[in-house]
Design a binder for this molecule. Structure first.
Ligand SMILES: Cc1cc2nc3c(=O)[nH]c(=O)nc-3n(C[C@H](O)[C@H](O)[C@H](O)COP(=O)(O)OP(=O)(O)OC[C@H]3O[C@@H](n4cnc5c(N)ncnc54)[C@H](O)[C@@H]3O)c2cc1C
Length: 487
C-alpha cells in the first residue's frame, strides 16, 4: 500500500493543475486518470497521425489568463507555447428571414474592433449606430462594476441584466450565443455574475487562446510535472472507491484492486459521481446529499470532428445563427419538444488555424462543429442535432462532403464515457460541469471542501469561476491553496 500527501482522481484541467501545484509545493502526489491521456474534456485523439481535439477548445481569456500564471509558476517557459491568432480570425454567419445569409470576418479581441469592423457588424446584423453604442455600453458597464457589485449579481439572470440596455434582437442573439457557447446554459438561467466576470476577461484578454501541440497540452505538462517531482502519474487508472475510515477520507481503491492512501483526496470526477458513487451517500449529511442530487448540470454539446483535404473553413472560430434566436429558456424548451429552429446555433472550432502542425499533412484542415443538446447520455437528441447542423453547414460550404477525409460524430454519451459517470438521471454528458446558473453559483456554489473530512472537489463543479477550462484551472489554484492550508 502506497502513502501520499494527496491523491487526485482525474487529470482534467482541474485535477492536473491542482496536482502539479501541490507537487510544486513539495507534496508527494498521486494523479490517477482512467483515460490514456490527461486533459479530460480537452484531450486530443490520435487518428493516424492527425491530432484531433476530442471535443473542441478555444479559451477565454486568451491572454493574461490562469493558464499563463500556471505555466509561469511551474517554470514551463517556452515549452508552454500559447497561440493567439491575430487579425480577422472569427467568422460570423447570420441568417435573416428577409435577406438570407450575411457574413463577416472579425477579430477575436474587442480592442481589434475598429470603425471598419463595426461597419461590417452593422451590415451583418442589420443594426444602426445607436445599437453599436448600446452594445458598447454593455461592455462599459461590465468593466465599471466592482467585484462586490458583480457578486451581487449571483441571483440575477443574465437575460434580465441585459434587457435594460435595449439592444436590438440580432445583438441580443449574438451576445446570447456567445454566452451559450461559453457556459453551455440558456441565457435565462445563466447567473449574470458569471457572465459579467467573463465579459470583463474577454475585454481584457480577448478570445481564442490555444496551445502548440493541443489545447490540453498544459494539462499533460502538469501530469508530467507531478511524475518528475516525487509523485506518480498513472493514466489508464480508474478509481472505483474512495476509502473512508472514522469519518475521514483516507485513500482510494483502484479498479485493479490496489489501495492508495493519502491525507487529502481531491476528486476531479464531478461532484455527483464523487459523493453519490465513489465515496457513497452514507458518509455525508442527508441534506448535503439531497442538494448534490438536485444540482443542475450544464447542457451538453454534440457535433462532428472533421479532417478535410483542404482549408475549407476560413478563420479559427465560426459562429452560425439566425433571427430565430439564441438559446434562451423558450428556445430550449421547444428543442426538447422536438421543435427545432431551421438554424440551430452552431459553433465551429478550426484547430489547424491555431496550430497547423496538428495535421501531419500540410494544408489539411481539422475542425470541429458543436450544437447544444441535453446532458443526458441516453438522450436521442444528439443525432438529430448533428443532422440539422450539418444541413446548415453544407448550405454554407457546399463542397464539404467532397473534402472530407474523416468524420467522427460525438455527443453526451461519449463525453460521459470519457470524462464523467452518470450518477443521477439526465446527467453525465454535461459539457462544463455544474451549470453556472442562478441558485448554484458564487455564494451558492458547493464548497470545494466537502463535509467529509479529507475529501475535496476540484474542476468545474467547485472552487473556481470563469468559462470552461479557465474555471477548472482557477479551481486548481484555489483548491491547492485550500489543501496546503489544511495539510
Ligand atoms: C464539446 C465540448 C466543447 C468544449 N469547448 C470548450 C472550449 O472551447 N473552451 C473551454 O474553455 N471549455 C470548453 N469546454 C468545457 C471544458 O472542456 C470543461 O469545462 C473542462 O475541461 C472541465 O474540466 P474539469 O477539470 O472540470 O474536468 P474534466 O475535463 O471533465 O476531467 C475529469 C477527469 O476525471 C477523470 N475521471 C473521472 N472519473 C474518474 C475515475 N473514477 N477514475 C479516474 N479518473 C476519472 C476523467 O477521465 C477526466 O480526465 C468544452 C466541453 C465540451 C464537452
Amino acid at each position: 500500500m502506497q502513502q501520499f500527501d494527496a491523491i487526485v482522481i482525474g487529470a482534467g484541467y482541474g485535477g492536473a493543475s491542482v496536482a502539479a501545484l501541490l507537487a510544486h509545493a513539495g507534496k508527494r502526489v498521486a494523479l490517477l486518470d482512467r483515460m490514456p491521456r490527461a486533459a479530460g474534456k480537452v484531450q486530443w485523439l490520435d487518428r493516424r497521425g492527425y491530432k484531433i481535439e476530442a471535443f473542441g477548445a478555444v479559451g477565454i481569456p486568451a491572454e493574461n489568463s490562469r493558464f499563463h500564471e500556471l505555466a509561469a509558476l511551474l517554470g514551463f517557459g517556452e515549452r508552454a507555447e500559447f497561440i493567439f491568432p491575430q487579425g480577422d480570425m472569427a467568422r460570423i454567419y447570420y441568417k435573416s428571414k428577409s435577406d438570407g445569409w450575411r457574413t463577416m470576418l472579425t477579430g477575436l479581441k474587442p480592442s481589434e474592433f475598429n470603425p471598419e469592423s463595426m461597419e461590417r457588424l452593422k451590415q451583418t446584423l442589420g443594426v444602426g449606430d445607436e445599437d453599436i453604442m448600446a452594445m458598447a455600453s454593455v461592455y462599459a458597464t461590465a468593466m465599471a462594476l466592482s467585484d462586490e457589485e458583480i457578486a451581487d449579481l449571483d441571483d440575477t439572470r443574465f437575460s434580465d441584466w441585459l434587457r435594460p440596455f435595449g439592444l436590438p434582437r440580432a445583438m441580443v442573439d449574438h451576445l446570447g450565443l456567445t454566452m451559450n457557447a461559453l457556459f453551455t446554459v440558456t441565457t435565462d438561467q445563466l447567473a449574470a455574475s458569471e457572465a459579467v466576470f467573463t465579459l470583463r476577461q474577454l475585454v481584457l484578454g480577448g478570445a481564442g487562446r490555444y496551445q502548440k501541440g493541443g489545447y490540453g497540452r498544459l494539462a499533460e505538462m502538469c501530469a508530467e510535472y507531478v511524475a518528475e517531482h516525487g509523485g506518480v502519474y498513472r493514466p489508464r487508472e480508474t478509481v472505483s472507491e474512495i476509502l473512508v475510515e472514522n469519518g475521514r477520507a483516507v485513500g482510494v481503491l483502484t479498479k485493479n484492486g490496489e489501495e492508495l492512501r493519502a491525507h487529502a483526496i481531491i476528486s476531479n470526477a464531478g461532484i455527483q459521481p464523487t459523493v453519490l458513487q465513489l465515496a457513497g451517500p452514507a458518509h455525508f449529511p442527508a441534506d448535503y446529499v439531497e442538494r448534490v442530487r438536485r444540482l443542475v448540470p450544464s447542457l451538453s454539446i454534440a457535433g462532428c470532428r472533421y479532417v478535410l483535404d483542404t482549408p475549407l473553413f476560413e478563420g479559427a472560430f465560426i459562429t452560425i445563427f439566425s433571427d430565430e434566436g439564441h438559446l434562451d429558456d423558450p428556445a430550449w424548451a421547444a428543442m426538447l419538444r422536438g421543435e427545432w429552429p431551421e438554424v440551430p446555433p452552431i459553433v465551429i472550432d478550426v484547430e489547424t488555424a491555431f496550430d497547423p502542425d496538428m495535421s501531419p499533412v500540410p494544408g489539411h484542415q481539422i475542425a470541429n462543429f458543436q450544437v447544444f443538446v441535453s446532458a443526458d447520455p441516453k438522450s436521442p437528441m444528439a443525432d438529430e442535432a448533428i443532422e440539422r447542423a450539418e444541413r446548415v453547414i453544407e448550405e454554407l460550404y457546399p463542397t464539404l462532403k467532397q473534402h472530407l477525409i474523416r468524420r467522427e460524430p460525438y455527443g453526451p454519451r461519449m463525453i460521459s464515457s470519457m470524462t464523467r459517470d452518470s450518477a443521477v438521471p439526465g446527467a453525465g454528458g454535461e459539457a462544463v460541469g455544474l451549470a453556472q446558473i442562478v441558485g448554484q453559483i458564487g455564494k451558492h456554489k458547493p464548497d470545494a471542501r466537502t463535509p467529509l473530512a479529507g475529501l475535496y472537489l476540484v474542476g468545474c463543479d467547485a472552487g473556481g469561476r470563469g468559462a470552461g477550462t479557465h474555471q477548472a484551472v482557477d479551481s486548481g489554484f484555489n483548491v491547492a491553496a485550500m489543501v496546503l492550508e489544511d495539510l
